[in-house]
Design a protein around this ligand. Structure first.
Ligand SMILES: [Mg+2]
Length: 382
């Protein structure tokens, strides 16, 4: 059965369940330019929707009052004819897309593209190289420590790495912090070799001159992109792009995560001031990212959706990537969530192999989920 069958039918949303499932990141991570210790624990908001007796689940911030409003809604109001989730229902877009994939026996990437392949692979990068070295006052020891952290990622299959920078913004004296950023970038390049992609992320903590200094002194480390060097400002971004052209430094500028992203960001990207847009895979959302991709058609703008602190975003990004002509990398944030089996996804040589399974290809442990719902969650049914 395909979607058009359901759009013509009287099938309706029967049940919505929601609970927070605890998870644990694969390792402890430290501070970034803005925040303190990030740790290991992560809480995942998961909704499960039942329609025509079939369930779909995924990350969702849906609340009880929205859910009560939506119960009994016919499917033809929820999806558009091309399988996109209509705007009012997007706080539950992941469970709904998973459902659509499961009931039509189709992976989500095949719902949104012509790709029916069972060999979809998407480049990923390891995203947990934080300021884990702050306890070390000796620079050589700090470099060694961070090199080892990068190689732990290498050992589990990563070949691309993003390094948090901006130590001098809050956690270290300014010049000492900038110097340590530079030493660690170059040290990690030495450790991972020339074939790996290395990105840096300053969380808006540099200014234009610090950015230029860091990019000059790491030029031989050949960074792929610099993320959020400073708060988006078209005057400063233009200066940075012109300066890189003059110096022959070829590092992409990436930006767009979070609430402080400039409203004109997409326009600035279309003018060449920003090369990679990083709107968040969850909070900006899957369907809005598809719409953004349609808008970017014919431009040089790339997408690398932001995905930190949300393991579900790993898998969502894997399915949206085949739709994006200039997709760069999935920001891979490995978190183990008891009750959610993600083993159909495999990481190999810097790529994730995406399973050719219905929906998002994840399995929910029914008994565990029900127990959690009964003790800490809620259910709304017709
Ligand atoms: Mg970031």
């Amino acid at each position: 059965m395909d979607l058009s069958y359901f759009l013509d039918s009287d099938v309706r949303i029967e049940k919505i369940e929601w609970v927070r499932l605890p998870g644990e990141r694969w390792r402890e991570i430290g501070c970034n330019a803005r925040k303190g210790w990030h740790g290991k624990v992560y809480i995942n908001e998961v909704a499960r929707v039942t329609i025509a007796g079939i369930t779909g689940f995924g990350w969702s911030p849906v609340n009880q009052s929205q859910a009560s409003h939506w119960i009994g809604t016919p499917i033809k109001d929820v999806f558009s004819a091309n399988g996109r989730v209509n705007e009012p229902f997007r706080s539950m877009e992941y469970p709904l897309l998973d459902w659509l994939g499961k009931i039509t026996n189709t992976p989500v990437y095949a719902l949104i593209t012509d790709n029916r392949s069972n060999k979809v692979q998407v480049p990923i990068y390891e995203t947990t190289l934080y300021f884990d070295d702050l306890h070390l006052s000796n620079q050589q020891e700090a470099i060694k420590f961070m090199q080892n952290r990068a190689m732990e990622g290498w050992a589990i299959g990563h070949r691309s790495f993003k390094i948090k920078v901006g130590r001098g913004a809050r956690h270290m004296p300014l010049l000492e912090g900038v110097n340590r950023d530079i030493a660690i970038i170059n040290g990690i390049r030495e450790a991972v070799g020339s074939s790996a992609h290395i990105m840096i992320d300053a969380n808006n903590s540099y200014n234009l001159n610090i950015t230029k200094q860091v990019l000059s002194e790491t030029a031989h480390s050949k960074l792929t992109f610099i993320e959020e060097p400073f708060y988006e400002d078209p005057v400063l971004l233009e200066d940075l792009q012109e300066w890189m052209d003059l110096c022959g430094i070829d590092v992409l500028v990436a930006d767009g995560e979070g609430l402080t992203a400039a409203p004109a960001l997409v326009e600035w990207a279309m003018k060449g001031l920003i090369d990679v847009i990083q709107y968040d895979i969850r909070f900006y959302g899957f369907n809005k990212l598809l719409e953004l991709e349609d808008r970017l058609k014919g431009t040089n703008v790339k997408q690398a959706p932001h995905n930190y602190g949300g393991p579900f975003g790993n898998y969502a990004s894997a399915h949206i990537a085949p739709y994006m002509k200039k997709f760069t990398f999935i920001e891979w944030d490995e978190v183990n969530i008891p009750g959610v089996d993600t083993s159909a996804y495999q990481i190999d040589e810097g790529r994730v192999l995406v399973p050719n399974l219905p929906g998002f290809g994840l399995e929910l442990d029914d008994r565990y989920f029900l127990k959690k719902i009964q003790s800490e969650g809620w259910t709304i049914r017709i």
